[in-house]
Design a protein around this ligand. Structure first.
Ligand SMILES: *[C@@H]1O[C@H](CO)[C@@H](O)[C@H](O)[C@H]1NC(C)=O
Ligand SMILES: *[C@@H]1O[C@H](CO)[C@@H](O)[C@H](O)[C@H]1NC(C)=O
Ligand SMILES: *[C@@H]1O[C@H](CO)[C@@H](O)[C@H](O)[C@H]1NC(C)=O
Length: 476
């Protein structure tokens, strides 16, 4: 009996040791060679989960919705086999002792991010971006993902508490989210418990922004997190000088949270020889999946006017065609098989406001998106080369229809809009929570404040119709 207990104890000790070693191994593995993103899927087979929100996102969708599944445009010779960083222990030192990790999350063959070679200064805040920076890198996303501030790298900063003032909204409590994402800086605790307001390191407001009751500690960071356009977000009056950070789709936010991001695989390579005729077998012209008929930018009026000059099939509540949202995968397969053009019309015309309507519904399918929403230059800045048409590029819906008929008759001309396929990654809002946690540590070293935040967010940032300087007349 005693012997048995003894061997049982030894077995237990062995099992525990094994578990600890495994765990340690897991931790090491995580810091050295993180697993590739399991959510990544091929562009032509979007994950059904991500297609759950086809035409428009719910205004009050939880934060989790900011990170739909990653979509990959068929990569050329990519590899998910990051080299062990143990062999490269010397990371470049940036920002006074911080470390710039290897491309920790994804290694794509010879793919290097545009800002990969930056080693001494590293832009983290929007006001640090030099004019010479490549446009795509101005959002600093890849910088923030790979940067470990010196105090976090040396373990000198303590655990940061991040309070989501409007509740967790589906986000994991405590360390869960940071661990799940294998964050390089993961020493953060997330909470929705307002009783911690006086001691939290970061307070972030999402759906409604209002002054809290506690006395603000001098070092406390206040942040607003908006995924919707200024038309659908609350007033920030009364917050002038109080907000340190913004987390929005705007490229000058501190923590940019784009719906999707396109990154070329190879620096300066924007086209690829295609073997496919993207017009082949398509008999229909323009399609649109839409459910909100009352957008202020007049997109429905535009689509109806366009419909007088070319076939426009409107699916959903605002039109006469039906394809159930619950069968969205099928709907999109039908769409790209039969139609040549897709109306990727946003509900607001605001700076940088480009959502999954363009990236997922449009770019991730074999169909040419026609866009309305952000300025034409905003699209050019973030989209693959020659991958869309913008309504502001045409004097009227009739003029656009004329051009569409031209493309419809000329397959090789139509195909010029698909030469970008396979040249880069159409990815989601990458590792937002990791970057938030990193920034909570970085905040010990820097300071940032938006000044008149209401003005920053809303003044002259949206229009009702065409953008100034566009070819399109102000109305339809
Ligand atoms: C480094 O990045 C800059 C743009 O930021 C680019 O002009 C330059 O060619 C890059 N150098 C190398 C060696 O990749
Ligand atoms: C603008 O219109 C021209 C044809 O006039 C077309 O070649 C070009 O692709 C259009 N660009 C956009 C972004 O609409
Ligand atoms: C945050 O903003 C407050 C209020 O303007 C300011 O006092 C503080 O220094 C800022 N903190 C950081 C870390 O940016």
């Amino acid at each position: 009996m005693a012997r048995q207990a003894d061997s049982y104890t030894r077995f237990l000790i062995l099992a525990i040791t094994f578990a600890v070693v495994l765990n340690l191994h897991h931790l090491l593995f995580v810091t050295q060679r993180p697993a590739s993103d399991p959510r990544r899927v091929q562009a032509n087979e979007p994950e059904s989960g991500s297609l759950g929100k086809l035409a428009g996102r719910n205004k009050h969708e939880g934060a989790a919705a900011a990170q739909p599944a990653a979509v990959q445009a068929a990569p050329a010779g990519h590899s998910n086999n990051p080299k062990s960083s143990a062999s490269r222990s010397a990371y470049p030192t940036v920002r006074g002792g911080g470390r710039l990790l290897d491309n920790l999350f994804r290694v794509q063959g010879n793919f290097k991010f545009p800002e990969f070679n930056e080693t001494t200064t590293l832009a983290i805040y929007p006001n640090e971006v030099p004019a010479s920076y490549p446009v795509r890198a101005r959002d600093r996303i890849w910088n923030q993902m790979r940067y470990v501030p010196v105090n976090a790298a040396t373990g000198k900063s303590r655990t940061k508490t991040i309070l989501l003032y409007n509740g967790l909204g589906g986000e994991g409590n405590g360390r869960e989210r940071f661990q799940r994402d294998n964050c390089p800086v993961s020493d953060c605790i997330m909470t929705g418990d307002r009783s911690q307001a006086a001691t939290a390191d970061v307070i972030m407001w999402q759906h409604s922004v209002f002054n809290p009751f506690h006395k603000r500690p001098a070092k406390q960071i206040w942040a607003v997190y908006f995924l919707e356009s200024p038309h659908h977000t609350p007033s920030l009056n009364g917050f002038a000088g109080k907000v340190n950070w913004t987390a929005t789709y705007r490229s000058d936010s501190v923590i940019v949270a784009p719906y999707y991001k396109f990154t070329p695989y190879v620096h300066n390579v924007f086209v690829k020889t295609q073997t496919k005729n993207y017009a082949s077998g398509k008999t229909k012209k323009v399609a649109w999946f839409v459910s909100n008929c009352g957008a202020q930018n007049g997109r429905l009026e535009y689509a109806r006017e366009l419909g007088k000059h070319i076939q426009v099939d409107i699916y959903g509540g605002c039109g006469t065609h039906q394809c159930s949202r619950s069968r969205s995968g099928e709907c999109f397969r039908l769409l790209e098989k039969e139609y040549k053009f897709y109306l990727a019309f946003e509900n607001s015309n605001c700076w940088n406001y480009i959502t999954e309507k363009f990236f997922l519904n449009g770019l991730s399918h074999d169909i040419l998106p026609i866009v309305m929403g952000a300025r034409m230059q905003d699209y050019i800045d973030v989209a693959p080369l020659n991958s869309f048409l913008h309504v502001d590029n045409f004097t009227s819906p009739k003029h656009l229809a004329d051009y569409l008929h031209e493309l419809d008759k000329d397959d090789s001309k139509y195909n010029t809009y698909f030469q970008w396929k396979g040249t880069g990654l159409v990815d989601t809002n990458a590792f937002f929570w990791c970057r938030l946690c990193m920034m909570a540590h970085e905040a010990e070293l820097s300071s940032f404040n938006y000044g008149d935040i209401e003005q920053w967010w809303r003044k002259d940032t949206c229009v009702r119709g065409a953008w100034p300087g566009s070819k399109r007349s102000r109305g339809v």
